[in-house]
Design a protein around this ligand. Sequence first.
Ligand SMILES: Cc1cc2nc3c(=O)[nH]c(=O)nc-3n(C[C@H](O)[C@H](O)[C@H](O)COP(=O)(O)OP(=O)(O)OC[C@H]3O[C@@H](n4cnc5c(N)ncnc54)[C@H](O)[C@@H]3O)c2cc1C
Length: 503
Amino acid sequence: MESNNLSSCEDFFVHGSFSPFEKQPSSPSVIVIGGGISGIAAARALTNASFKVTLLESRDRIGGRVHTDYSFGCPVDIGASWLHGVCNENSLAPFIRLLGLKLYRTSGDNSILYDHDLESYALFGLDGSQVPQELVSKVGEIFEKILKEVNDFFPVLNAVKVREEHQDDMSVMHAISIVLGKHPELRQEGLADQVLQWYICRMEAWFAADVDAISLKNWDQEDVLTGGHGLMVHGYNPLIEALAEGLNIRLKHRVQKIVQRNNRVIVKAEGGRHFVADAAIITVPLGVLKANLIEFEPRLPDWKLSAISDIGVGMENKVALRFNDVFWPNVEVLGVVAPRSYSCGYFLNLHKATGNPVLVYMAAGSFAVDLERLSDDKAVDFVMLQLQSILPRAPRPEQYLVSRWGSDIDSLGSYSCDLVGKPPDLYERLRARLDNLYFAGEAASVDHSGSVHGAYSSGLWAAADCRRRLEVQCGVPDLLKLASLREEMSSSEIMVPLQISRM
Ligand SMILES: Cc1cc2nc3c(=O)[nH]c(=O)nc-3n(C[C@H](O)[C@H](O)[C@H](O)COP(=O)(O)OP(=O)(O)OC[C@H]3O[C@@H](n4cnc5c(N)ncnc54)[C@H](O)[C@@H]3O)c2cc1C
């Protein structure tokens, strides 16, 4: 991936649009900062449009929060693993088709648990006894009723919805407690209440935030694509590799400073290397922007800084366990119910989707933060205690992986989330251009923040904006002789269907 050692200002000028040796205008030059899916999408689009593109990535790998690990001898996604919206409208669908990547669908449309349908899992109490499926379904329906009472246009109980009643935003937890106060018949007790807590825990996983931090005004405002949710059976990595093929990518280039001067952008990377271009597209995670790890000159305006600070960064972590054999039931998910959502557990059975003897434990919100405080061994001990509470004969795993997205200096969080009481235009402000600085990434996606396809589309959006402007500014007549990869791929949509399974 690492190409020649082109890193000084002078070198870059020769190859950019401001070469003192060239008479004809050459291609505009763009630096893309960050090699996750959004940065790769932007770099791909501009490279296809014959721009001079250099992508600077701090890690020694591309992909960012899309990271497929192969140390188990099979693909395991330690970051994103689902395609949210298994449909033609998903911007990633054409590539997934073309590459022949299989999807394992874990839910259809409108699942209240987002990733899973109600019938696809088995829940257990901490004493190891399985929760009767009728109770799981019954509480699932009650949870749905509670959410409709929280905010729904079609009342089930002819009551005024909490969101309509209250001007000020509040947390979803607060709204649920108001509903339960008004409708005592929806309150649950004992095991049924533990099942309800498990549903709340799953909701927290979707937002990577505790239910008392999720905004009532915004929690259901996302434009969820149709088609349900599909696990990438081969992992997300093949998609990243294919999109990045042939791009000019510099790994281990951590950007520390971005200077805008005289219509140029000067980017300074750790170790003193400088890059100069006509524009830059910034795709580093929101957590990195929040931590001020990159200095901007001139400093970012207040409206941009407040968007950075007001969008929340949620936390999700995974502990993947590889065993020699499959000793667990043949369901998509094993769940552990508990008196508080914080203590509930969730094991994704990858064997169902991929045939490999792997369970992936997922933690979200403050529980994911706490899990990161443990050593890998201790985290696995904790997860094994939960597993052994429901399957007492569970052996120690042969191998394990523990993610640490919160303390990882290159992510500092898992994905963005809507906090209580914040203005509605934050995502627009985050993605808004500052002269020749463009912003992309999942948190700059107005319609699909927190997702891979949202990050991808935001990279394309920033690239298109940047291209339009630079073509005018640099007087480039018709750079787009080469069809973009997106366009090539869309023609394949008709020929190759998505490969979806569910067993
Ligand atoms: C545990 C977990 C589970 C998830 N599950 C799903 C899922 O199932 N489905 C889904 O759609 N989404 C999921 N997501 C969210 C999804 O992974 C992200 O929305 C998406 O990958 C973000 O892409 P991005 O390009 O915006 O950011 P990133 O992938 O984070 O890319 C940013 C890049 O910038 C680099 N960088 C950081 N600092 C610097 C610097 N100073 N200089 C240069 N480079 C820098 C980073 O190394 C990184 O490569 C999950 C995320 C996590 C963490």
